[in-house]
Design a protein around this ligand. Structure first.
Ligand SMILES: [Zn+2]
Length: 175
């Protein structure tokens, strides 16, 4: 089954990062392109998502319009609207550019990260697009908590099986 891919309206930048954190393929529409959200989504084969009610720029499938406020609620609302169980694979996509992450060796990473990080961490992932390097630093625990909160919300809404796979990062990028 093809995984859903999303195009988010410009105002949903924070939600976009949270979705990427979960491993959901999610692009944010470029500045000023919001009036053409549906056109751009159709061209890209993505599901249009917005929090605005406005006149539509085009015939065809309407966007998913999110009414709730918090990221966990919005993500539950989104998957309920499209009638799909999300495949959650945390920390497999770059938060900045939505590209898959892959493992790189500590030696390879060491040339491009601060010495202190190279000393304290052994597991590194690299974005295939922008080259950004990720490790389980101080932000990681906070993000894991956010992932858990989102998964709990999805379970509460019956959108996730309770025996969900563990949230440990996978060795390779997904998709
Ligand atoms: Zn990237």
């Amino acid at each position: 089954m093809m995984r859903p891919r999303f195009l988010l309206d410009g105002m949903l930048g924070r939600l976009c990062r949270k979705m990427r954190m979960l491993g959901c393929d999610c692009e944010l529409i470029g500045g000023g392109r919001s009036p053409w959200l549906l056109l751009d989504a159709e061209k890209a084969g993505r599901i249009a998502v917005t929090a605005a009610t406005r006149s539509l720029d085009r015939r065809g499938p309407p966007p998913v319009i999110l009414l709730s406020a918090s990221a966990p609620e919005r993500i539950a609302e989104l998957f309920a609207a499209i009638g799909e169980i999300p495949a959650i694979e945390p920390f497999t996509l770059c938060l900045e550019c939505n590209a898959p992450l892959s493992v790189i060796s500590p030696e390879e990473a060491a040339q491009r990260i601060p010495p202190r990080i190279a000393r304290d961490f052994r597991e590194f992932h690299e974005c295939s697009e922008c080259g950004r390097i990720y490790w389980k630093g101080s932000h990681y625990d906070e993000m894991e908590k956010q992932v858990e909160a989102i998964k709990q919300r999805l379970r509460d809404e019956g959108l996730l099986r309770s025996s969900a796979p563990s949230s440990s990062p996978r060795g390779r990028g997904c998709c």
